[in-house]
Design a protein around this ligand. Sequence first.
Ligand code: MMA
Length: 162
Amino acid sequence: MVDSHHILSINYPDVEMLGLRLQRVVLHFFTFQCWIFKPEGRIVDISIRSGEAVDSISFNYTDKEGLEDDSEIYGGDGGLLHAFALSEGENIIGISETIGKVSNNTVITSLSFKTDIESYGPFGMEEGTTFSVPVIKGRIVGFHGKHGALLDSIGVILSPAE
Ligand code: MMA
């Protein structure tokens, strides 16, 4: 990312600035991790650990050969495990969440999913500000976000309606 020749060629105040900036980048990496999940096949089921907030999310999915596998677990191991299965042809068409503070961190305090057949959740405690991603056309085929020991954020990957 930064080659040492470059560092040597800049003067001392700049080095100090660069050091501070690097420190901030490193701190960011330690406090949360970005995650992205988009299977080649379909999402078979979604597992969520939650208590006062959403601790983690993980997925069972099919790959392009149709074989099932488990995703990584995005988040920590607190809370209780909840899971729901999506039937074949069932599309996730929206999510909603509440965002609030848990021990001074802004995290997802609750999360719900809407498919073209059913609603699942809320998982966690509905406290704080409500956000939702209503999908008018198309479907949600993947997710991304940030996590530490809890789920900090979640976003969706959309596919146009077929
Ligand atoms: C509760 C408890 C924990 C969980 C957090 C966040 C405050 O504690 O269920 O196990 O990690 O909520 O969801």
